[in-house]
Design a protein around this ligand. Structure first.
Ligand code: A2R
Length: 313
């Protein structure tokens, strides 16, 4: 039997590639010098795309694939996929929610502790040999401080659960109040920031949330407040954030995501009150394997004519 053609926009880990190659004719777009020519050559046979959160799928690409039926995304964030274009064509989109909640939440707590207790700087301090001659400064406690969550979905709830163990009072801002939640709801993000010691962004990226953490929000967070971004770089006004850090109008920021990553604004490199991490919220073997399996299961369900496990929208 002919294997269905699967256009892969970028690479997946080897364990996924091997599994996919068993069941599909995997067309490796990222390896092609002439991408347009490659797509044109195979366009008629391609009914499925495999992509990643960072790569997405554009309307222009969809337009070149008349028989496209499904876009499977390895990642929960679908902001780089033109969902409106997919919907208009009746192309199904799947992502990998839930299986990464605990991992992203773990890293969030690590970043919160990391910026408050300056874990990265402590490591550099000991390695440099400075400890023999210099004292280490007194820092800021995290336990018991107020956590503000911008976004209280699957991952936000996993972060809140962990923060409860640190005795942190929890508040949140979303568009819709979560009925039945014991956490304090702020209809205004500025008000949430005013009432937070740690403000964590964990909401989708895309046009609807671009620059939602703006200069006013950072001002409201204030000189004792920390900003943690585990959502998407685009949710923060990066110029406002860089200025707030440089002028110390916020205490610090711990960032897993950036505008233009991985070639991020180099002004971040010089900021001592920023803890920088290379977009690794879900980046463990265990979780990436679970995400890859979910991509495979969604594709298999599609080709078997069964309901998709995790459709978007
Ligand atoms: O606004 P609501 O009531 O739909 O709540 C969602 C919230 N959210 C927003 N909050 C404030 N302003 C907005 N414009 C806005 N848009 C969405 O974000 C909900 O509480 C949360 C999203 O939850 P989930 O859909 O369950 O996403 P999950 O799995 O927690 O992942 C969040 C994001 C991903 O989209 C990736 O970009 C990133 O974390 O890794």
């Amino acid at each position: 039997m002919t294997k269905p053609a699967l256009l892969m926009i970028g690479s997946y880990p080897n364990w996924d590639m091997q599994a996919l190659e068993r069941d599909y004719e995997v067309l490796r777009l990222w390896e092609q010098a002439d991408k347009d020519g490659f797509v044109a050559q195979h366009a008629a046979r391609i009914t499925a795309i495999g992509t990643r959160g960072d790569l997405g799928a554009s309307r222009a690409l969809m337009d070149k694939l008349p028989n496209l039926k499904i876009i499977a995304c390895n990642g929960v964030g679908t902001d780089a996929i033109d969902l409106a274009a997919a919907k208009a064509r009746g192309i199904a989109v799947t992502n990998t929610p839930d299986v990464l909640n605990e991992e992203v939440a773990d890293l969030t707590l690590a970043l919160m502790l990391g910026i408050a207790r300056q874990i990265g700087k402590g490591d550099a301090f000991v390695r440099s040999g400075k400890w023999a001659n210099e004292g280490w400064p007194l820092l800021t406690r995290m336990s018991g401080k107020r956590l503000g969550l911008l976004g209280l979905g699957r991952i936000g709830l996993a972060i809140a659960k962990r923060a409860e163990a640190f005795g942190m009072p929890i508040a949140y801002h979303t568009r819709t109040k979560r009925e039945g939640s014991a956490y304090t709801y702020y209809p205004s993000l500025v008000e949430l920031a005013q009432n937070s010691d740690f403000l964590v962004a964990i909401l989708p990226g895309g046009a609807g949330t671009q620059n939602i953490v703006n200069a006013d929000v950072l001002k409201a967070l204030g000189p004792k407040g920390f900003f943690i971004n585990v959502a998407r770089g685009t949710v923060a006004d990066e110029e406002a954030l860089l200025q707030a850090l440089a002028n110390k109008t916020i205490a610090g920021a711990a960032l897993d995501v950036f505008w233009n990553e991985p070639k991020i604004n180099e002004r971040f490199f010089k900021l001592e009150n920023a803890l920088l991490h290379p977009h690794g919220g879900s980046a463990t073997v265990e979780t990436r394997q679970a995400m890859g399996k979910l991509v495979q299961d969604n594709l298999a369900a599609h080709f078997a004519g069964k309901p998709l496990l995790t459709p978007v929208g």
